[in-house]
Design a protein around this ligand. Structure first.
Ligand code: HEM
Length: 130
């Protein structure tokens, strides 16, 4: 089993147990058939197997993204806040930190500019920090 169980609790918690299961991308990539479909959206792993028949956008699009990072296509569709809320139901864990890559050309510059200059990194021709 490639999943690593890492407890987020420091033992002095407020009675709320937070633990995250981390999955390697190679583990996610194996779940790519209609029998079992996992997707990555913004660094989180979702098991959407039971959602296949219920997805308003059809099962085809989910099958196309099966076992892969679907962040971009998920955003391209412009899913509603209801759809984003639904994600929680299918969340099973996070992508292992070693497998995380910066999205949208680099988080550092994106955050930096968004916070300080109100410009997004994506709107620049080239980002010097990314
Ligand atoms: C667990 C992940 C997903 C959930 C919970 C979800 C949920 C939904 C929901 C609730 C809708 C109805 C419209 C809305 O409320 O926005 C929808 C529509 C749609 N979804 Fe998803 N979706 C997911 C993943 C994806 C992915 C990965 C794609 C890839 C392309 C996709 C493509 C679409 C399309 C094409 C529509 C139809 C949009 C339209 O007819 O206007 N969805 N989805």
């Amino acid at each position: 089993m490639a999943a690593v169980d890492a407890s987020g609790s420091n033992g002095k918690g407020q009675g709320v147990e937070t633990s995250v299961t981390y999955y390697r991308l190679e583990e996610v990539a194996k779940r790519n058939s209609s029998k079992e479909i996992w997707l990555v959206i913004h660094g989180r792993v979702y098991d959407v197997t039971r959602f296949l028949n219920e997805h308003p956008g059809g099962e085809e699009v989910l099958l196309e993204q099966a076992g892969a990072d679907a962040s971009e296509s998920f955003e391209d569709v412009g899913h509603s806040s209801d759809a984003r809320e639904m994600l929680k139901q299918y969340y099973i864990g996070d992508v292992h930190p070693n497998d995380l890559k910066p999205e949208g050309g680099g988080k550092v510059m994106e955050t930096h500019l968004t916070n300080r200059l109100s410009v997004s990194c994506a709107s620049l021709p080239a980002c010097l920090l990314c």
